[in-house]
Design a protein around this ligand. Sequence first.
Ligand code: 3PG
Length: 206
Amino acid sequence: MNARDICDLAPVIPVITVKDAAHAAPLAKALVAGGLPALEVTLRTPAALDAIRAMVDIEGGVVGAGTLLTAQDVKKAKAAGARFGVSPGFTPELLDAAEGEGLPLLPGAATPSEVMALLARGYETLKFFPAGAAGGPAMLKGMGAPLAAVRFCPTGGISASNAHEYLSLPNVLCVGGSWVAPGGLMEAGDWDGITALAKEAAGLPR
Ligand code: 3PG
């Protein structure tokens, strides 16, 4: 499965930050049950790699690692079982590592020049980050004509209330967001609540 295939799975990729690895398996099951198979676990907490290891065997899930900043992060994510990677940006070292490890990568871009640098490396499916702050749907619309080959997964500042503004754009495949896996519901063990959020997100038209 390449980055494009992963973005095609559902309209929303949950961006998950896990504080307690014990939450990882029930969380993944709840999101997959709601219709969101592609899951991004951010490497922002000490529990993240254990969380990935706990999620990789959940039936129907495709678990990836986010917040990949270095070549070392790519190696750790791959070793934990991640099937794809996401980065807020890119460096040549990060791209080299992902290619070397055979890890499909959604690198981040927020400007035309960054998009062009990634196109030159062969990447046509990109994360647009931080989507809201970097110009939102208007910026993506503006990049659509000159950078026609590129498809985006915008992330950052997206919620149930504005996701449709992104998903209706022809150069948007899916969006990423943390709103479907809120810390409060995880702490409360409200997995049905998370499935309900996932169902709503999975039903968004694109
Ligand atoms: C990311 O890493 O993609 C973002 O932190 C997720 O952004 P959000 O919390 O605004 O959804």
